[in-house]
Design a binder for this molecule. Structure first.
Ligand code: ADP
Ligand code: MG
Length: 318
């Protein structure tokens, strides 16, 4: 049987919400958009971000160790692992239900699975010397100084907004569980993997993987996953329908298609905000350049189906 075209879908913050009840509601809506793509004849593999969730878990675990000093503080790598399971749990059940609803009785629709995924990072990645990725909620200066002193967190002030913890965001190296993911995907399972950019680990002696205090960018990690699975398409679903030039100004222009060369020119001009649109465009360019025929699409969750049909979104293709 001919293989269905394969796509990796990277879900942004708006696909998951910020609190437990918000996430429970958001995943239903998100699952409809994902199953819409499956109904168009695509095999999907799903990855997602975890900014608010990993911050929430990190704060909850810090509160636990404040209350009970015999509980040491939880490493960030463990918080990322917890976020993968918590998000995967809600998302895989919402997907199962949506498949069940559309396929009807007697059809297989149980095949949704979340893979706890580790990503090897280079311990000498310069990103470890320059933590830039903010996680968790805003704090007062007093709270921030407490966290810095007690937990060794690096805190940064965001003028007018307060203080936030910043962590390193190294580039993803190798997906440790890639063979397991590929086996499941090849067998027709709907796989959720590389959540929150993957659990960052560094390889030690005797095959030991040591958790790193970092959060990998989910857009870069999704690009790597799409390359490894030989996907035809990487779809980055976010809060905007298209990528813009002069975003948020009167000269704003929404883009339909970009070659990697055009995108690189606009990146050099500083058209895309670091930490939000820039990593998406960079990941899209890397994917489009990685092999002939590969296309990246950046659009909103609501426009996913229209986007894959070529009616909207921004396509990056060589
Ligand atoms: P996600 O959670 O999906 O990663 P982000 O908030 O990090 O979403 O990034 C998407 C946001 O990037 C958009 O909502 C938009 O406000 C912002 N953005 C910055 N620059 C651009 C641009 N040039 N074109 C479109 N959106 C942009
Ligand atoms: Mg983001």
């Amino acid at each position: 049987m001919k293989r269905k075209p394969r796509i990796v879908i990277a879900l942004g913050g708006n696909a998951l919400g910020n609190t437990l009840p918000e996430q429970m509601a958001a995943v239903k809506h998100t699952s409809r958009a994902i199953v819409d793509l499956m109904d168009e004849g695509y095999q999907v593999v799903i990855s997602h971000g975890n900014g608010p969730q990993v911050g929430m878990i990190n704060n909850a675990m810090a509160a636990l160790s404040r209350e009970n000093p015999s509980q040491p503080n939880t490493p960030l790598s463990v918080c990322v692992a917890m976020s993968q399971a918590y998000i995967g749990y809600d998302l895989q059940n919402a997907l199962r239900e949506e498949l069940c609803r559309r396929r009807g009785k007697g059809q297989p629709h149980e095949d949704v699975v979340t893979m706890v995924t580790q990503i090897e990072v280079d311990p000498n990645d310069p990103a470890f010397q320059h933590p830039v990725k903010p996680i968790g909620h805003f704090m007062t200066e007093e709270q921030a100084m407490f966290a810095q002193r007690e937990y060794g967190y690096l805190m940064e002030e965001f003028p007018g907004k307060g203080w936030r913890r910043v962590v390193a965001s190294p580039l993803p190296g190798r997906i440790v569980e890639i063979n397991a993911i590929r086996t499941l995907v090849d067998a027709g399972q709907v796989v959720i993997a590389c959540g929150g950019g993957g659990i960052p680990v560094t390889r030690q002696e005797l095959g030991h993987l040591k958790g790193a205090s970092a959060v990998i960018d989910k857009d870069f990690c999704s690009c790597l996953l799409a390359e490894e699975l030989d996907a035809q398409m990487l779809i980055i679903l976010t809060a905007v329908e298209k990528v813009a030039l002069h975003y948020g100004t009167p000269e704003e222009v929404w883009l339909d298609t970009l070659t990697p060369e055009q995108a690189e020119k606009y990146i050099a001009q500083g058209q895309f905000a670091p930490g939000s649109m820039l990593p998406k465009v960079q990941a899209a360019v890397a994917f489009a350049k990685s092999a002939p025929g590969r296309t990246a699409l950046i659009t909103s969750l609501e426009c996913a189906r229209e986007g894959i049909l070529g009616r909207t979104g921004t396509r990056i293709r060589a």
